[in-house]
Design a protein around this ligand. Structure first.
Ligand code: TRH
Length: 354
């Protein structure tokens, strides 16, 4: 692999952690797994330092993206993320290079059908001799794929759940109990779910990363606040749990790699557009194996209710968990058979740099 390639990634933090999370994963992977020289230009580094406290000492050169962007020599590969707008002086400098840089716009994740038709499409600049390409993450081999580090399986194999439980004073899980991680947006369905958990036949321990609430026991439910974990340790939390509530984009992907049943709170959009995306994912997820159709229906109803569409039925969902466990493993194997996003992106760029 060509180790001298330079890459600039541009990230604007719109809200929460997702923008910084995706950019950081991609930047680290390009630097660590492919040996690229990566600069990550980010307008607000605060969320990044919570996700990756070691970022300043890493192989990625993290730069603050100031409003007045100082002139700099553009890289060979330029990645704007989520349609953030590049500084005009940087674009002008890209156009004045003797060889056009490869310019990508990394888009949001969606399982909708149109994605595979748009992945890789060129968009010529209206005035300058530059072409931007759309790069879409996705769940099948006609898209850019999903971010997954080369050492993911290795880390997972050596992970010691018992030690993790000891470190966070979680005790040993009683037989037939459930350990659940909870990462969500403000959710009006939460009180009803907590009440259902409190009434459960078996003990339920709910781990809440980033929560400032006290540890408490309500009936059969134990709520345990955890610190907001660095990204790599968040994977460990997902591996420890029997069921993971995730949200947005990146935690949603990580929960799929963890191969454990999950509940997704999708990032809300106007006019309930997000429900279409939710259904597109559920359809793709269900299609991978026809053996669990009934459980997928139960799961779909629960996911809809968690996203404000319907009433949560925890007893039905928990009865479907054993089938969900099998099905999620099949889904994860299916995803892992595809090339990961960073590898696809590197191949896409190398083919255009020739
Ligand atoms: O934070 P999110 O809601 O991010 C977003 C943003 O809203 C963004 O604007 C939107 O575009 C996108 O969703 C779709 O959720 P997400 O994407 O799951 O990112 C959270 C990241 O935080 C993910 O990398 C996991 C990580 N994380 C930790 O590292 N430690 C933790 O303790 C927790 C709870 C999460």
């Amino acid at each position: 692999m060509n180790t001298s390639l330079r890459c600039d990634i541009f990230c604007t933090v719109v809200d929460n952690f997702g923008d910084a999370a995706v950019c950081w994963r991609l930047a680290s992977q390009l630097a660590d797994d492919f040996g690229w020289q990566v600069r990550l230009w980010i307008d607000d580094p605060q969320p990044l330092y919570r996700l990756a406290p070691d970022a300043p000492r890493s192989s990625v050169d993290v730069r603050r993206w100031e409003k007045s962007f100082a002139d700099t020599a553009p890289a060979d590969i330029v990645i704007e993320t989520f349609a953030c707008e590049l500084p005009p002086n940087y674009v002008a400098a890209m156009a004045s290079r003797t060889t056009q840089p490869v310019w990508l716009n990394l888009e949001y994740l969606s399982a909708e059908d149109w994605v595979s038709g748009c992945h890789g499409l060129p968009s010529p600049h209206p005035r300058l001799p530059l072409t931007k390409h759309f790069f879409f993450p996705g769940f099948d081999s006609n898209t850019g794929g999903l971010l997954r580090e080369r050492d993911y399986e290795k880390r997972r194999r050596v992970f010691n759940a018992k030690a993790f439980r000891q470190e966070f004073l979680l005790g040993d899980p009683p037989p037939a109990s459930l350990t659940i991680s909870l990462f969500s947006y403000v959710n009006p369905a939460l009180p009803a779910l907590l009440a259902a958990w409190a009434r459960s036949d078996t003990p339920i321990q709910v781990l809440c990363p980033g929560s400032t609430e006290p540890r408490q026991q309500i009936g059969r439910l134990e709520l345990v606040p955890l610190p907001f974990l660095p990204q790599q340790r968040y994977d460990e939390l997902l591996w420890t749990c029997d069921l993971n509530f995730v949200r947005g984009e990146d935690s949603f992907i990580r929960a799929q790699w963890a191969a454990k049943p999950l509940v997704w709170q999708i990032y809300p959009q106007t006019e309930n557009l997000h429900l279409q995306k939710l259904d597109a994912f559920i359809a793709a997820f269900g299609k991978v194996d026809a053996g669990h159709t009934l459980s997928i229906r139960t799961m779909a109803a629960f996911w809809h209710a968690w996203n404000g569409d319907g009433t949560l039925d925890w007893p039905a969902f928990s009865s479907a968990l054993p089938a969900m466990r099998q099905h999620t493993q099949i889904w994860t194997n299916h995803l892992a058979a595809h090339t990961d996003l960073a590898t696809n992106l590197v191949q896409f760029c190398l083919a255009r740099l020739k």
